[in-house]
Design a protein around this ligand. Sequence first.
Ligand code: SPD
Length: 280
Amino acid sequence: MSAMELWFTEKQTDNLRMSYRLGSTLITERTEYQELAVVDTLQYGRMLILDDFVMTTEKDEFVYHEMISHVPLFTHPNPKEVLVVGGGDGGVIREVLKHSSVERAVLAEIDPKVIQRSREWLPSISKALDDERCELMVGDGIAHVKEHKKAYDIIISDSTDPIGPAVGLFEEDFYLSCWEALKDDGIFVAQTESPFLHGDLIRQTFQRISSVFPITRLYLATIPTYPGSLWSFTIGSKVHDPLGDTRLPMAIPIETKYYSPAIHQAAFTLPPFVERLIRK
Ligand code: SPD
């Protein structure tokens, strides 16, 4: 008799589902905020799932975490103080702390169980959470941003999808608070979903960020376990242009698997159907 097959299916849209065959389920629980699961997929390794949506996997997490971190950090000439909103799995913190200029990286995560379970089950992603430059703030990231003025060089919004508690991270009020929480040459970046499935959201978010920040740019990366695979990030910057006055060297002093100076430049080259989403 053949072994029973276990599958997790993510409902990506009403008309699209993606299924992953599982080796085992490591934990499922209801936290104060959401349904949390860590499963072992046969294709992508361990996977963190929140409210039935894939958040990250061991095998492809590096693309997302490197691109949301190194594009703004290599654009800023001297990033010292960094805030990560969401991202309790620690993947963004791991990348941010590869930069020797960073003195302090604050993680504002509302759900302590995401941090705890990532530490237990996803050590390759969460390993930098114990770095002495990392400060954990368990609580509301939106409130944290509102309470700080001119405090950060970089703010990274590593949100879940724009449903439930993450909706506020896609609103203009949040982008205004980020502007105020950033220093005079600060940079904000957010994950902004897939142009294949969330074009309206990308258009709206780009408009909202550009109504606050004078330099707003969209860039792309391919993330196989995210719906639509082609994923977008939107940068809002006060002074430094991620495509212009960067200090991008030919080689970078950190080890990466996806990000490179050439990828940095290339990521801003948009196919016409994406360019049209953000055209005024
Ligand atoms: N559709 C999934 C979007 C999730 C974006 N954030 C993931 C958090 C990983 N640190």
